[in-house]
Design a binder for this molecule. Structure first.
Ligand code: SF4
Length: 371
């Protein structure tokens, strides 16, 4: 195990942890009433509040979501380009020590997968790879981004940390944003779970969203893998990270995701349980303290939980997702995914549910002409 780095002061959650553990009803009510939230308000909203306050949080979160996003849910889908990876993340089904037949999409396969996703109705695609390696390096990713930008108006990447110059090159050919989860901000847990490989570099990952925005990407998606470490401490550090990006890149779009660990090859079990109630509280707390930030919930979560959270904080969701390399067009080529999803509904079923609840599914909210 590498020596854990020390957490930078501007990310450190510890000053607010006592409040998150012990805040009473008055502190929570004050946090609910404020119009300009601080990390202290966010911490208070994560405290073990009474169910009546959780209902108040939900009502307010719903009202703010409607004010900023209307009755809409934006939809996107991930495309895994490759499962080659040399890293050893303990929680990942693609880690280098998992025995599996690995593959990557070649050019004709990328085109077929993207065309199939486009025909399904998607206009936003998230391209994924493992850590940088000879089978899926920058040149490979650049080719995938260029192909995607010919077909989709929004092209985002969830890959490996890059330099400002590399992000700039991707922005120039049509990449609009990145997703990069820190997984956990706890340096000791981070060092223990990232057993080998480039992802061991904690600060390189922390600094990557700022490099991407400096390089010209328009959006940055952040998140923590809930369950790896103390979820309250991780959530406060995540809040601080986003706060930092919003202050330094005011023109950027920031989004937050709330992934919980799902079953995967390797059988990793989370150290902390994150139940539905706490996850709902966390989503409401982000909505109340960051009203205009996009909050995303993926198909990792059950259909029932996603239906319940739609519009109550959450304004963006993936659907019909595959976590295998490809799998939209070449179903027969798809083997084990990175993890097992929970919501297996298809696009039509999901959109029908959104309409029943009074929401408009949004597949396009940006035009590539604005690039
Ligand atoms: S989480 Fe990413 S970097 Fe880590 S093993 Fe999985 S694919 Fe590789």
């Amino acid at each position: 195990m590498v020596t854990p780095p020390s957490i930078p002061e501007w990310l450190d959650p510890s000053p607010w942890l006592p409040r998150a553990r012990n805040a009473g009803g008055r502190m929570v009510s004050n946090a609910l009433a404020t119009e300009s939230a601080t990390p202290a308000d966010f911490a208070a909203l994560l405290s073990p509040v009474a169910p009546t306050l959780l209902e108040s949080m939900a009502r307010q979160a719903q009202s703010l979501t409607r004010r900023h996003f209307g009755r809409t849910i934006s939809l996107y889908a991930p495309l895994y380009l490759s499962d080659y990876c040399g890293s050893g993340c303990a929680y990942c089904g693609f880690a280098a020590d998992r025995p599996r037949r690995r593959r990557r999409l070649e050019t004709d396969e990328m085109i077929a997968e993207m065309d199939t996703m486009k025909a399904m109705g998607f206009d936003e695609i998230l391209l994924l790879t493992g850590e940088r390696n000879p089978k899926a390096d920058f040149d490979y990713l650049r080719q995938a981004v260029a192909l995607a930008a010919e077909r989709f108006h929004l092209v985002t990447i969830e890959t490996f940390p890059m330099t400002v110059e590399e992000y700039r090159e991707l922005a120039q050919i049509g990449c609009t944003g990145l997703t990069l989860y820190q997984e956990t901000y706890d340096p000791e847990v981070y060092a223990r779970l990232h057993r080998w490989g480039p992802k061991q570099n904690y600060m390189d990952r922390v600094e990557s969203p700022a490099r991407a925005l400096s390089g010209g990407l328009r959006t940055a998606g952040l998140g923590i893998l809930l369950g790896l470490a103390d979820p309250v401490a991780d959530a406060i550090a995540l809040y601080r990270h986003i706060d930092y990006l919003r202050k330094n890149f005011w023109q950027a779009g920031i989004s937050v995701s709330f992934p919980r660990i799902r079953p995967q090859q390797g059988g990793f079990m989370p150290a902390f349980t994150v139940d539905d109630r706490f996850l709902a509280q966390l989503i409401f707390a982000f909505r109340l303290c960051m009203p205009d930030v996009t909050l995303t919930l993926s198909t990792r979560e059950s259909a029932a939980f996603r239906d319940g959270m739609a519009g109550i904080g959450i304004c963006k969701m993936s659907i019909a997702s595959k976590t295998t390399v490809g799998g939209y067009h070449y179903e027969s080529l798809a083997e084990n995914g990175q993890f097992i999803i929970s919501d297996n509904r298809d696009m039509a079923t999901f959109c029908a549910m959104l309409h029943r609840l009074g929401f408009e599914p949004v597949l396009k909210n940006w035009d590539s002409v604005f690039r």
